[in-house]
Design a protein around this ligand. Structure first.
Ligand code: ZN
Length: 238
């Protein structure tokens, strides 16, 4: 719990810091075309509800994406980076749905704050990640924080839920509510328990990713996005 508090307070402090100063980017995470055709996913291996097709991951220049059943799905994980120039801000549709989700949780009696952690620029993630590396070392930081250019928060489609106590939401019943109901608002719980190998991250009960209408089918499958669509995930290549 202490670490989670540190994560959050560090995040807020760095978000504030990011407003007042511009730091030079330390590396160029421009999406490279050589990663375009890697297709070694495991879709369909663990659930009959999974899409049997492997997604074609397309390099759009600033990001990689696949065509979902209804919408384009931006792919952001440790295998598919975002350009450092990709700076879309908070997605307004996702934000509107998140506000509804938070309200529904509050009305169901969960102590969820109106405040949340959403969009992070490449520069903000650069500072945040470095803070964690300084604190815990690179190997440990890589388990819970994305390197610059690899954070789903840079897409403007990811949100961390925060409790009224100021901590990231981990409480069991709230976590279960999210697994059961987040899809009603177009979100999936992105980093599921037991999927660390597929997603490349430890379980994060609080991290929601907006995918739109297909969220219900994804949630029902019990699969990570990597498995459901069949795109490459896991740890960094280097
Ligand atoms: Zn998050």
């Amino acid at each position: 719990m202490k670490k989670r508090y540190l994560i959050l307070s560090g995040l807020l402090a760095l978000t504030l810091a990011a407003c007042s100063q511009e730091k030079p980017a330390t590396s160029d995470a421009k999406a490279s075309s050589e990663q375009k055709t890697v297709q070694e996913g495991t879709a369909g291996s663990k659930s009959q509800e999974a899409s049997p097709k492997k997604a074609e991951v397309v390099n759009k220049g600033d990001y990689f994406s696949i065509q979902g059943k209804y919408d384009e799905i931006i792919v952001a994980n440790k295998h598919y980076p975002l350009s450092k120039d990709y700076n879309p801000g908070e997605n307004p549709t996702a934000k509107a749905e998140l506000v509804k989700l938070i309200k529904a949780m509050q009305e169901a009696g969960f102590p969820i704050s109106d405040h949340y952690s959403g969009f992070r620029s490449y520069e903000t993630q650069t500072q945040l990640y470095q803070e964690y590396v300084n604190q815990d070392g690179k190997a440990e930081a890589d388990r819970y924080s994305a390197r610059p250019g690899y954070s789903e928060h840079q897409t403007g489609l990811a949100f961390d839920l925060i409790g009224t106590d100021g901590d990231l939401v981990t409480e069991e019943k709230a976590a279960q509510w999210l697994l059961d109901h987040a899809a009603d608002y177009g979100f999936v719980v992105r980093y599921l328990k037991g999927k660390e190998k597929e997603t490349g991250y430890m379980a994060e009960e609080w991290h929601l990713r907006y995918v739109g209408k297909e969220a219900k089918e994804i949630a029902a499958s019990g699969l990570s996005l990597e498995e459901y669509y069949g795109f490459e995930g896991g740890d960094y290549v280097d």
